[in-house]
Design a protein around this ligand. Structure first.
Ligand code: ADP
Length: 209
């Protein structure tokens, strides 16, 4: 089963992608996480991506598409995958549809902008394992420390207010057209992402089962 999660930042795609991956035994492929991994390792690709990411812009299609294609060629993707954060532009979606991969579901996460801004503003990420928390909604057991292995929690640069606004603008301009794109292919299903993680996952389960 090949699944795409679509929607603006702050709608909980990452959290749900992890949950789907676990329950349905599929690899979770997040292009954002892949870029952050490159940044951490200071690879050439990481250096190229950094300026775009820090300003809330998209990394150019050419770089992103080739990175993603390499990833889904790997063995663990044979039974399917959950794509989180890809495609984010029409050329990226075209690249997928021209490949031999068939997409089974496109889940379109929606939530009011007010909720989105609140969610992103409070996000905390673990420096060691990437796990996410929220100052108010999902606080860690010990302040400033990850529940898993106690890694340091920090606010990502791209989660600061000016950059969040830019990311939402980028979403509207570049990614929102994919809603029509996948609607036309009869693959799109809306997910109301304004509720609790449990409520959101129930909607997803009823679609995937
Ligand atoms: P979010 O917090 O919205 O889930 P991500 O972690 O998916 O954000 O992505 C962080 C940044 O990585 C994006 O703002 C963008 O610069 C870059 N990025 C991730 N996926 C893509 C993509 N498919 N195309 C271009 N840039 C991407």
């Amino acid at each position: 089963m090949n699944i795409i999660l679509l929607g603006p930042p702050g709608t909980g795609k990452g959290t749900m992608a992890k949950e789907i991956a676990q329950q349905y035994k599929l690899p979770h492929i997040s292009t954002g996480d892949m870029f952050r991994e490159h940044l951490k390792k200071e690879t050439a690709l990481g250096k190229q991506a950094k300026t775009f990411m820090d300003s809330g812009k998209l990394v150019p299609d050419e770089i992103t598409i080739s990175m993603l294609k390499d990833r889904i060629k790997q063995k663990d993707c044979k039974k399917g995958f959950v794509l989180d954060g890809f495609p984010r532009t029409i050329p990226q979606a075209d690249a997928l549809s021209k490949s031999t991969i068939t997409i089974d579901h496109v889940l379109n996460f929606t939530a009011p902008e007010k909720i989105i801004l609140q969610r992103i503003g409070g996000r905390l990420t673990c420096r060691t394992c990437g796990m996410m928390f929220h100052e108010f909604n999902i606080p860690p057991k010990v302040s400033g420390k990850c529940d898993k292995e106690g890694g340091e929690l920090y606010k990502r640069d791209d989660q600061k207010p000016e950059v969040v606004k830019q990311r939402l603008a980028t979403y509207k301009k570049e990614t929102a057209p994919l809603i029509e794109y996948y609607k036309k292919k009869s693959l799109l299903q809306d997910i109301d992402a304004s509720g609790s993680p449990e409520e959101i996952f129930e909607q997803i389960r009823s679609i995937l089962d």
